[in-house]
Design a binder for this molecule. Sequence first.
Ligand SMILES: *Cc1c(COP(=O)(O)O)cnc(C)c1O
Length: 239
Amino acid sequence: MIILKMNDIAHNLAQVRDKISAAAAQCGRAPEEVTLLAVSKTKPVSAVEEAIAAGQRAFGENYVQEGVEKIRHFQQAGATGLQWHFIGPLQSNKSRLVAEHFDWCHTVDRLRIASRLSEQRPADMAPLNVLIQVNISDEDSKSGIPPEAVDELAAEVAALPGLVLRGLMAIPAPESEYVRQFAVAQRMAVAFGRLKAQYATVDTLSLGMSDDMEAAIAAGSTMVRIGTAIFGARDYTKQ
Ligand SMILES: *Cc1c(COP(=O)(O)O)cnc(C)c1O
């Protein structure tokens, strides 16, 4: 007799996908409009393999070196169809590794970084998909640009040959009330709608994590970034 037992990661992924579908249905959107980005930072290759076996293809990494090691591992293993998203803060001296390995970068917040990524993108790779990070609610955060500054940076990014401007990303300040989460998400959706009207390549709003996913999807997010709910709590003591 064959006993099929879903592992934890497959089980968690199924639950997260159900949650996304329910949130989409709730506001009359199709579940396919929302991509699940599995945030695998600090997690071993074996965890990513379990997620792949359960059908997951898009992965998010925060630390350049760690992400590059995983990307190389799966390249050497001959895995195809995977998508790697860099979602951490990016320093200039690490831009080359991102440009040479990742498919997406969610955290472009200045022309200098964008120019470097474009120059360093290898000619034999497709242009790097980029999102402009917007600081939508957190005055203390140094990451992201104010919504008013999006137009100018977007025009500069769109002109760079090694990049494709795909949209916007935000990490809103934690907020427990749905109504407040939705208000912030809607401000992002407005900025996204404006950009989409100007650039044919813009189709992605990376917004929503475990605690604010429903509000983000209701406002129009097209990509939610979920880590802990899929892979379990992170252990930073091993870093
Ligand atoms: C870590 C991280 C996530 C996922 O967070 P979880 O709480 O583990 O779901 C999403 N987005 C960004 C930018 C992150 O750094």
